[in-house]
Design a protein around this ligand. Structure first.
Ligand code: NAP
Length: 319
């Protein structure tokens, strides 16, 4: 469930184990990776690789080994199947599965300031890769100080005349190498200790109002676009009554990536883990699929033992 790097790796492993493998993805394969401009920390690509390209390669590899990838298919519910296994209910069909790897990923968190929702698609964006080219020779602002803000800000700097970064502290959270590049970028300007208060305009974004948190002075920055990178939220609403989630909504697993319910495994950014990285999601995807396979083997073995005890004849393997 979910075709980000974790889900697609799980699909590669599961289909190579000759399990019938269906991948359900509400958008197109790749998840957030798909809208990441350039990935430099995934091994095997010394020159870096675009998120789109890496998504396509993983997708091809999963399909090559027999995974049945169903894109633009939203999972709306997960129900226990009478007699064992799970029913994955989508907006189009219900898929019966003996085991499910949950990899729903994360989405951009909203800051919730006035103007943010109103101007969505009219100057407010959460995806520089998608919307950056619309801001050629214009001034834009990026809000946040993490890896996403800095990397996507650097991408925007190719098009925009100026990229303002408003960050609520006086140091960035992003990786040091990304910081070094951003500080060396001539058209990137940092506004430290700033908290955005409102996005203003008539029919589209015209300016950002922010407060200097040190002296409480108010400022207005005239810009055509605002890109929010203030963190992420897991796509786990539909799992609330299904598996244990932590206080922030991330899926809780044990070290075998088993969730609180039998037959449900989890991997990737929506799992309660320490880091959010493609390399990590890939490792978790491999482990989740291997653990799911072991779980199915155990179920088959137990069914055989029960059948022998009852009839003296083993039950054929479920496949
Ligand atoms: P993030 O690391 O959680 O950073 C969010 C940023 O938004 C932080 O700078 C935070 O400020 C700021 N922020 C949060 N709430 C705010 C608020 N209410 N008002 C103003 N600012 C606020 O999110 P992310 O950058 O999207 O990254 C998510 C995860 O993906 C991270 O683990 C990151 O390392 C990973 N990632 C990795 C790469 C890479 O390896 N190349 C690329 C992208 C993302 P504070 O710093 O003050 O908390």
């Amino acid at each position: 469930m979910g075709a980000g790097p974790g889900g697609m790796t799980a699909a590669i492993y599961a289909s190579r184990a000759r399990l019938t493998t269906v991948v359900l993805e509400r958008n197109t394969a790749g998840g957030i990776m798909n809208v990441t401009e350039r990935i430099e920390n995934y091994p095997g690509f010394p020159q870096g690789v675009t998120g789109f390209e890496l998504s396509e390669l993983m997708k091809q590899q999963a399909i090559e080994f027999g995974a049945d990838l169903r894109e633009i298919t939203s999972v709306v519910a997960l129900e226990q199947r009478p007699g064992g296994g799970w029913l994955v209910v989508t907006d189009e069909e219900t898929v019966a599965a003996r085991a499910v790897v949950l990899s729903p990923g994360v989405e951009a968190r909203r800051l919730g300031v006035p103007g943010e929702a109103e101007f969505m698609g009219h100057g407010v964006s959460y995806c520089a890769t998608c919307d950056g080219p619309l801001y050629r020779d214009k001034e834009v602002v990026v809000i946040g100080g993490g890896d996403s803000a800095v990397e996507e800000g650097m991408f925007l700097a190719r098009f925009a005349s100026t990229v303002h970064v408003i960050h609520r502290r006086d140091e960035l959270r992003a990786a040091k190498i990304a910081q070094e590049r951003a500080f060396a970028q001539p058209n990137m300007h940092f506004h430290w200790n700033g908290q955005v208060r409102a996005i203003v305009g008539e029919t589209k974004v015209e300016a950002v109002d922010y407060e200097d948190l040190l002296d409480h002075s108010q400022h207005t920055l005239p810009v055509a676009g605002v890109f929010f990178y203030v963190g992420q939220l897991p796509n786990t609403d539909f799992l609330q009554d299904v598996v244990a989630l932590d206080d922030n909504g991330y899926i809780v697993t044990d070290e075998h990536l088993r969730t609180s319910r039998p037959g449900l495994f989890a991997c990737g950014d929506a799992r309660a883990g320490l880091i959010k990285q493609i390399a990590n999601a890939v490792g978790e995807g491999a482990l989740a699929a291997i653990e799911a396979e072991k779980y199915l083997d155990t179920l088959d073995f137990e069914a055989q033992q029960a059948s022998v005890a009852a009839t003296g004849t083993p039950e054929p393997a479920a496949g």
